[in-house]
Design a protein around this ligand. Structure first.
Ligand SMILES: Nc1ncnc2c1ncn2[C@@H]1O[C@H](COP(=O)(O)OP(=O)(O)O)[C@@H](O)[C@H]1O
Ligand SMILES: [Mg+2]
Length: 252
């Protein structure tokens, strides 16, 4: 895995009126890694992703995504980033294949190129059987799988996944986590994964960032954080224990 930063922020801040959503955030995501972006609801994860995508402007500080400035070069950023938003939206009155075709066209892919890729992606995420169904009738898990299919077609360098397992049952969750792992391993896509599902993140993240009240209170591999915070050095570290320790410190 390279050590080159593909996402970088420096002193990034975002306030909504008097509400500080992101406070002096400096961190990086390195090429090829799965970065687990953790934090409770309201800690500023989505706001950070929106700034990285150029969908909202920082109040202060800067960000770079693959050397582009999202505030000035949002289109270039969008071209190389795959994004699954928290509330993933598709056209409800179109089926999965039609939605993917539409997305492929938006990404300037000719139908002759995208057709085969669309079929392959639908197969990969197990939606082949339900492809005739309108997406409006899809469950949350199926929508997330369609989001993964979208990423497979776009083949971005980086994927921002905002709470992709939220509201899924255990089976659906495991499935999505497996797909995310394969985006990383097989497609070599750098992953920035926001979540508060510690167990799932622990399974796939190379490094973890813990965000509390808009501040990143810890960044590093789980083993390093566990050693620093809990003084433990064994293989049985639980991310829950590490996370709770940081949380207690901040709330104290
Ligand atoms: N558009 C907005 N207007 C006002 N406040 C917002 C807006 N978006 C987010 N916030 C506030 O910013 C904080 C961080 O929210 P968010 O980034 O969504 O956190 P997370 O994704 O970690 O749950 C919260 O207090 C939230 O209420
Ligand atoms: Mg969020």
């Amino acid at each position: 895995m390279g050590q080159k930063a593909i996402v970088e922020t420096n002193g990034l801040c975002k306030s909504y009126g008097r509400q500080v959503a992101v406070n002096d955030l400096t961190f990086d995501v390195r090429e090829g890694e799965v970065f687990g972006f953790l934090g409770p609801n309201g800690s500023g994860k989505t706001t950070t992703l929106l700034m990285l995508l150029g969908l909202t402007e920082p109040t202060k500080g800067w960000a770079r995504v693959a050397d582009f400035d999202p505030t000035k070069e949002a289109i270039k950023v969008k071209r190389i980033v795959g994004y699954i938003p928290e509330n993933i939206g598709f056209y409800d009155d179109m089926n999965a294949r039609e939605n993917l075709k539409f997305i492929a066209r938006l990404n300037n892919m000719p139908d002759s190129v995208s057709s085969a890729q669309i079929e392959e992606a639908l197969e990969s995420v197990g939606l082949k059987e339900e492809v005739e169904k309108k997406v409006g009738a899809y469950s949350r898990g199926m929508r997330q799988r369609l989001g993964i299919a979208e990423i497979l077609i776009k083949e971005p360098s980086i994927a921002f996944l905002d709470e992709p397992t939220l509201g899924l049952d255990p089976e659906g969750t495991t499935r999505i986590v497996d797909y995310i792992r394969s985006l990383s391993r097989d497609k070599n896509i750098t992953i920035l994964l926001s979540s508060h599902d510690l167990k799932q993140v622990q399974k796939i993240a190379d490094r973890i960032g813990i965000m509390i009240n808009g501040r990143m209170v810890a960044v590093g591999p789980l083993e390093k954080l566990a050693k620093e915070k809990l003084g433990v050095d064994d293989k049985e570290i639980s991310l829950d224990d590490v996370y709770m320790k940081y949380f207690q410190e901040v709330s104290a």
